[in-house]
Design a protein around this ligand. Structure first.
Ligand code: CMC
Length: 427
């Protein structure tokens, strides 16, 4: 039986269908609102707006649930690999062993990047942020693979091609920024091991793959693999809705992710912890600053638009960091500081009443530091992890029979009509 919501405007009643998701989420379908009433909705920041129907990721911010294609992220982080989870996101089901092998071989076969791209990399100023370099290079991939005439030409290969090349390009950006020799991908290594080898192998010190680091990096990337309609994924969908090619849409998503309120928060957290550590600022004072509305400072790595409880990714990340540090007998003053800061914040009325908890970025930087990833590469690490999500969401949107170009409306608040005044007659 159809359910409707009734809206009364200027004495007239309108009915709008209620739609229910597979997890019982309710929404009001207002697609006919403007046509029927002449009104639009205003929802700054889209906190109440569903932009699409999607079967990829489910999250419940009140209960702290995150599932990819129905599978809890906790199980994937424990038992899966990033390659397998990418397959799951892209194809909607877990692969058989044969399918996984084929997919892994394909990722390795496609992992080399065009030699001419190195020239490109070399010409970025040394101080360039790797996120700026990588998003430009992802966009440039389109020019290096000109056999793709339009966006859906050989798309089944374009998706793994991007997934395969991004880790090569990320490692290349790092090596070139340091003035080191580029390391080529090796067909005998898994996705994560290959990335680590390209990052850390050198002619003077060959890299030995550490299975603990590989396992932890798999989990790290799985935790970042998708997060439904967040800022960067929405950017991918909005840009992609104009039917631009996948590379351009993902490049836009990467630019969105770079921001410190989004994926850039992992770098911002470590910078914040470093500042506190170096200056010796008391944690109470840090918290006071974060609460002060006249101070732009916010507690980085805290708060989330959707999670009103502990971010499930942060829970897993914190445990993973603890295990990794314990197993390798590591110490990091910034990790201890992060834990103290969390404790102070979580007992403060301001944070309690606003449901502000650590998010995925609060502890992720301490793990990345432990495996020697430089701070300005942190958001790149997030971007590699988010790539299967962006690609899956882009693919879902272009296959959507209800697809429409994204084109929101606005409430205009500028001057009403006025006449042009000639320059000599202006006051
Ligand atoms: N420190 C201090 N106050 C905060 C913080 C924070 N980190 N986050 C939210 N608040 C306050 C905010 O000032 C507001 O207070 P009031 O109700 O008095 O005006 C209240 O909490 C609600 O916050 P909001 O800004 O309306 O929440 P939002 O949903 O618009 O913003 C957020 C979400 C993530 C942008 C925000 O919490 C934030 O800036 N956090 C720090 C940056 C960060 O860690 N970002 C990573 C997010 S997770 C990774 C990802 O997927 O992007």
């Amino acid at each position: 039986m159809a359910e409707y919501a009734t809206l009364e405007i200027e004495g007239k009643k309108y009915k709008f269908p209620i739609i229910t998701g597979s997890e019982g989420e309710k929404g009001i379908d207002i697609s006919a609102l403007r046509r029927q009433t002449g009104y639009i909705t205003l929802d700054t920041g889209y906190g109440n707006t569903g932009s699409c129907k999607s079967s990829i990721t489910f999250m419940d911010g009140e209960k702290g649930i995150l599932r990819y294609r129905g599978i809890p992220v906790e199980q994937l982080a424990e038992y899966s690999t990033f390659t397998e989870t990418s397959y799951l996101l892209l194809n909607g089901k877990l692969p058989t062993r044969n399918e996984l092998n084929k997919f892994s071989v394909m990722l390795n076969d496609l992992s080399l990047v065009h030699e001419d791209m190195q020239t490109f990399f070399q010409n970025f100023p040394r101080a360039s942020h790797p996120m700026g370099i990588l998003s430009s290079m992802v966009n440039a991939l389109r020019s290096f693979y000109p056999e793709l005439k339009d966006e859906d030409d050989d798309i089944e290969k374009t998706m793994p091609r991007l997934l395969a090349k991004i880790r090569t390009m990320a490692a290349m950006a790092f090596k070139i920024s340091r003035g080191y020799k580029v390391v080529y991908p090796r067909p005998d290594l898994s996705y994560c091991a290959n990335f680590l080898n390209m990052m850390f192998d050198s002619p003077v010190k060959p890299y030995e793959v550490d299975p603990d680091v590989v396992k932890a990096l798999n989990a790290f990337w799985i935790l970042h693999a998708d997060h439904e309609q967040n800022c960067s994924t929405s950017a991918v969908r909005v840009v992609g809705s104009g039917r631009v090619n996948l590379y351009a849409a993902v490049s836009a998503g990467m630019a969105a992710l770079w921001g410190p309120l989004h994926g850039g928060a992992n770098q911002a957290v470590i910078e914040m912890l470093n500042d506190i550590h170096k200056s010796g600022t008391k944690l109470k004072k840090v918290i006071e600053r974060a609460k002060d509305k006249n101070d732009p400072f916010r507690l980085m790595g805290f708060g989330h638009r959707v999670y009103k409880t502990y971010d499930p990714r942060a829970k897993i990340m914190k445990k993973m960091v603890d295990n990794y540090f314990a197993k390798n007998k590591l110490e990091d003053p910034l990790l201890n500081l992060a834990k103290e800061l969390e404790e102070v914040a979580l007992t403060d009325e301001y944070f309690i009443s606003r449901n502000l908890y650590p998010n995925v970025d609060f502890y992720s930087g301490t793990f990345l530091r432990a495996i020697n990833i430089p701070t300005n590469m942190f958001t790149v690490m997030f971007a590699i992890g988010r790539l299967p999500g962006w690609i899956s969401q882009w693919k879902e949107s272009i296959d959507d029979p209800d697809w429409k170009i994204s084109r929101p409306r606005q409430i205009y608040t500028g001057p009403t009509e006025q006449q042009f005044v000639l320059i000599d007659e202006r006051e």
